[in-house]
Design a protein around this ligand. Structure first.
Ligand code: ZN
Length: 80
């Protein structure tokens, strides 16, 4: 069964969902500007994590998780 990690970037409020088998999925300890969250056992859980982490620019990796851009349903004023 697939598992997923979420790459999160703070300054860009960006999150990219990768499957663990993806060549670009390289979870590491956090840095001042980014970190990896996971593993999550479904894409939905990974996506929900990104929502809760207040990411604006959320997408699936085009190589391993081609689900495109995902709109965070939270109201825009929650990101400030
Ligand atoms: Zn990927």
């Amino acid at each position: 069964m697939s598992e997923y990690f979420v790459y999160c970037n703070y300054p860009k409020k960006k999150a990219v969902i990768h499957e663990t088998s993806c060549s670009e999925c390289k979870p590491h300890a956090g840095t001042p500007t980014d970190y990896w969250a996971g593993p999550f056992n479904t894409v939905e859980r990974a996506r929900n994590y990104a929502f809760g982490a207040l990411k604006k620019d959320i997408s699936g990796c085009p190589k391993c998780t081609p689900i495109g851009k995902i709109v965070n349903p939270l109201p825009m004023d929650s990101f400030d």
